[in-house]
Design a protein. Structure first.
Length: 307
C-alpha cells in the first residue's frame, strides 16, 4: 500500500506540474488531502457533498467517524475556497465545524429524465418485468444503514398493501443480502441496475428514509421524472421540497406515519404532486443553473492570490 501511495503521489504531482492548472477543484477527503498537502501554490477549491459529521458517523461508527470528521475539518481549513452542495450542508459546516462555505446547490440534467404517460409506464413495466396493475414505490441508492432501507420494508409491511402495491429497491451495499432475505410479497430487491431512469419512468412514487444527506441526486432525478416523493424529515429533504406540494415528509421515529403515507398514496391520486415535482426541479435544481453558478464562481476566484 505504501508503494502504491508513493507511486500515485509522484504521478499526480508530475501530472499537475505538467498541466499547470489555473484552478484545482476537489470533492472528497482523499482529493482534498492531496490539494491541501501538495498543491499549496495553486488556486484551490473544494465542494462538500454531505453533512460530514453525520455521514462519517453513520458510515464508520462513532469513534472512527469522529476522527475522520476532525481530520477532514483540518484539511478543509487549508483549502481557500469551499462550496456546499446545499444550504443545509453549509449551515452544518458553520454550526458544527466552524467552517464557512459558499452554496451552489446540486443540479441534474433535466433532459435525461422525463415524465412518462400511463401508457409509457405500462410498456416500461412490461419490459422491466414489473407489476403492471399495482402502485409502484421505488428506492434508489446505497443499501446501507445511512440510507435506512430496512425502515421502508417495515413500514410497507405494516401498511398491508402488497395486494395493491410493490416496493422496488435499486442499488447495492452492505445490506443487499439482508434485503433479499426480506423480499417477501410486494418487495423486490433488484440490486445494481444500469438503467435507473427507466425504473423511475415506470414508477409512481420515490421513497427515501435516509438519516442524513447532502443534496441527494436520487431524489432530484425522481422528481425530474415526475414522481411525488415520500422523504425522511431531515433538512436537505426539506430544502428540496420547499413550499411546493411535491410529496410528504415523515418522522424517522414513527414507522406508523410512513405506513399511513404508503396507504394514502396507494388509494389517492397523487399525480399532481408529480407535476409540481418536475416544475420544481426545472426551476431550482437543473444542471444548467448549477453549471452557470460554478462558472461564475470560477471566474470570481481565478484571480485569487497564491496560498
Amino acid at each position: 500500500h505504501r508503494r502504491n501511495f508513493i507511486k500515485t503521489r509522484k504521478k499526480l504531482i508530475a501530472t499537475v506540474k505538467s498541466l499547470q492548472p489555473d484552478l484545482i477543484h476537489t470533492s472528497s477527503i482523499r482529493t482534498d488531502y492531496w490539494s491541501a498537502r501538495y498543491f499549496k501554490n495553486y488556486c484551490r477549491m473544494t465542494t462538500v457533498h454531505s453533512n460530514l459529521e453525520e455521514d462519517y458517523r453513520w458510515t464508520y461508527g462513532f469513534f472512527l467517524g469522529k476522527l475522520l470528521t476532525h481530520i477532514h475539518r483540518r484539511i478543509l481549513l487549508k483549502i481557500p475556497y469551499r462550496i456546499a452542495c446545499s444550504n443545509s450542508v453549509a449551515l452544518k459546516l458553520k454550526e458544527k465545524l466552524k467552517i464557512d462555505a459558499h452554496v451552489i446547490r446540486n443540479g441534474i440534467d433535466i433532459h435525461h429524465f422525463a415524465v412518462s404517460s400511463s401508457q409509457e409506464k405500462k410498456k416500461l413495466r412490461e419490459i422491466l418485468n414489473l407489476a403492471v396493475d399495482k402502485k409502484l414505490f421505488v428506492f434508489s441508492g446505497s443499501l446501507s444503514k445511512l440510507k435506512n432501507p430496512l425502515l421502508l420494508i417495515q413500514a410497507f409491511q405494516r401498511a398491508q398493501i402488497s395486494d395493491k402495491a410493490c416496493l422496488v429497491f435499486l442499488g447495492k451495499g452492505p445490506l443487499l443480502e439482508d434485503m433479499r432475505q426480506l423480499a417477501v410479497e410486494g418487495i423486490w430487491v433488484m440490486g445494481h441496475v444500469q438503467n435507473v431512469s427507466d425504473y423511475l419512468k415506470a414508477a409512481d412514487v420515490l421513497v427515501s428514509a435516509s438519516h442524513t444527506e447532502g443534496m441527494p441526486l436520487s431524489v432530484l432525478e425522481a422528481m425530474a421524472s415526475g414522481l411525488p416523493v415520500l422523504l425522511s424529515h431531515i433538512p436537505p429533504h426539506e430544502e428540496i421540497m420547499g413550499d411546493a406540494d411535491v410529496g410528504n415528509l415523515f418522522d424517522l421515529e414513527d414507522i406508523g406515519e410512513l405506513a399511513g403515507y404508503f396507504r394514502q398514496y396507494v388509494y389517492c391520486d397523487v399525480s399532481q404532486k408529480g407535476i409540481y415535482a418536475r416544475e420544481r426541479i426545472e426551476k431550482e435544481f437543473c444542471a444548467d443553473r448549477m453549471g452557470h453558478e460554478y462558472e461564475e464562481f470560477y471566474r470570481k476566484i481565478l484571480d485569487c492570490p497564491k496560498s
